[in-house]
Design a protein around this ligand. Structure first.
Ligand SMILES: [Mg+2]
Length: 466
């Protein structure tokens, strides 16, 4: 007879962690999907006993910290990234007529169309800086509670030429947030920051999940408002996207105390639970209904091979669970940080352990994952070329973040392996609280993003005159 004690650890065998952003942030390994990154140093394939059930072993590599430090050149990275199948990255690759416009772009319907929205800076005669670039986290740095931080608008003007040196600096946005298409989020950001933001300069938490659409046909997508994340997932190429609303509409007693609104009932779809095999679970954005989403995620995890009408006897036959990031806290209009997706992750893992009496290993993307920063490098290179005509890699990238555990840790780690310099700047307008010791020390701490960009520009001016 198999006892629960015998089963301890089997779940770990079935659902491996690809996460560098664990709640304790002490995992010595950076692990990312193989097709998101590569390196010239040593690497170990995950053993077959430590791998998500539905994922081919060769798709993953484990990058040990010491191995990461042996990564030689960014040209190696560039070669691999040039082979990336990411539509987000590829969308800035084809030759494109860059339109000149000072007005906000109309909504775009495809990545091809989005190329047309790449807008050069409005004063072509101004000097274009070619030596450095900027990368911004959004929540807590540029936005807070859905509104721009006042200094953020000034900072955008500053780096677009309104500075003592008349220089314009290339920049991209790298957020763990999500829940909308990249195009939709860029339109929002354009209005909020009073600049033109293109999908060609934007990465959000679920962007890397695009890479997995050809590996999983039927997926459960959790989080976000209404149908938005289903739309995002289908746009990424997932063929059969199921939401918690679909499950509740099909079986209303799935969540005893959660009733669908009229709109949710209208938009949700009936699912044949006997024939539908959920191959993977993706949490794209923050859950709006923790209790219901937790119930349905747990039902999938303890299902037999992803069939919700069948319960596994061993609790280790369910699909893998992916989160778009692991930020436990995030900054809103509330004076204290709010719990986010990382908290849901910790909660699901704890619930699973309480029910199955074994550990659940889950997978997180987003910062501080190395793959996200490699995405950012590629995006920045393409953006510099397309929008500024700059072919060389910026010698320094200044990364502005408010969360030491994701922004600062990721930047500092990537700085160790990247060919160019990645310089971390922590701002005081978000998660980080002034007067405390950040768990991961930045190269610089600034009151706000405007002070941060001024610091970066001045540092570069001093370097140029030395
Ligand atoms: Mg933030």
């Amino acid at each position: 007879m198999v006892t629960s004690k015998d089963l301890v650890g089997q779940r770990r065998d079935s659902l491996c962690s690809l996460d560098a952003g664990r709640a304790d942030f002490d995992d010595p390994h950076f692990i990312v999907p193989n097709n998101l990154m590569s390196f010239s140093g040593d690497h170990d394939l995950i053993s077959s006993t430590n791998f998500p059930k539905h994922k081919p072993q060769e798709e993953y590599v484990v990058l040990k910290e010491e191995s990461a430090q042996t990564m030689n050149t960014l040209s190696d990275l560039s070669i691999v990234l040039s082979e990336s199948r990411s539509p987000v990255l590829n969308m800035v690759l084809p030759s494109t007529n860059i339109t000149s416009s000072n007005t906000r772009e109309e909504p775009v319907s495809s990545s091809e169309d989005s190329l047309q929205s790449i807008t050069p800076l409005s004063t072509p005669s101004m000097d274009i800086n070619t030596d450095f670039a900027l990368a911004f986290d959004i929540d807590g740095v540029l936005m807070r509670g859905g509104k721009p931080i006042p200094e953020a608008i000034e900072a955008m003007k500053y780096i677009n030429g309104e500075n003592p040196y008349g220089i314009r600096v290339p920049y991209i946005f790298v957020t763990n947030g999500g829940g909308k298409t990249e195009q939709e989020r860029c339109q929002d950001l354009s209005q909020q920051l009073e600049i033109d933001v293109s999908p060609g300069q934007f990465i959000c938490g679920h962007t890397p999940m695009r890479e997995m659409a050809d590996q999983y046909d039927t997926v459960l997508v959790v989080g976000g408002e209404g149908e938005k994340c289903r739309v995002v997932a289908e746009g990424y190429g997932f063929k059969n996207v199921i939401t918690p609303g679909d499950i509740i509409k099909t079986r209303h007693d799935t969540t005893p105390f959660r009733k669908l609104t009229d709109d949710e009932f209208r938009d949700s779809r009936i699912v044949d639970l006997d024939k539908t095999q959920i191959q993977a679970i993706f949490v794209f954005a923050d859950s709006r209904d923790w209790a219901g989403d937790q119930q349905i995620i747990l039902d999938c995890l303890v299902s037999k091979n992803g069939y919700l009408n069948q319960r596994s006897e061993t609790f280790n036959e369910g699909p893998p669970l992916f989160f778009s990031h692991n930020d436990i806290l995030w900054s809103t209009s509330h004076e204290h940080s709010r719990i986010g997706m990382g908290a849901l992750r910790a909660s699901v893992e704890a619930l699973y352990k309480a029910i199955a009496e074994k550990d659940l290993e889950t997978i997180a993307f987003g910062k501080p994952q190395m793959g996200t920063f490699k995405f950012a490098t590629r995006l920045l290179q393409e953006w510099c070329q397309k929008s500024h005509g700059i072919d060389k890699l910026p010698s320094t990238v200044y990364f502005f973040g408010d969360t030491p555990e994701s922004d600062i840790r990721g930047t500092n780690d990537f700085d160790k392996v990247a060919e160019n310099e990645w310089f971390s700047i922590l701002v005081k307008t978000g998660v980080y609280q002034d007067g405390t010791d950040p768990r991961f020390a930045p190269k610089e701490i600034c009151d706000n993003v405007l002070d941060g960009v001024k610091f970066a520009v001045e540092r570069e001016q001093q370097k140029a005159t030395q």
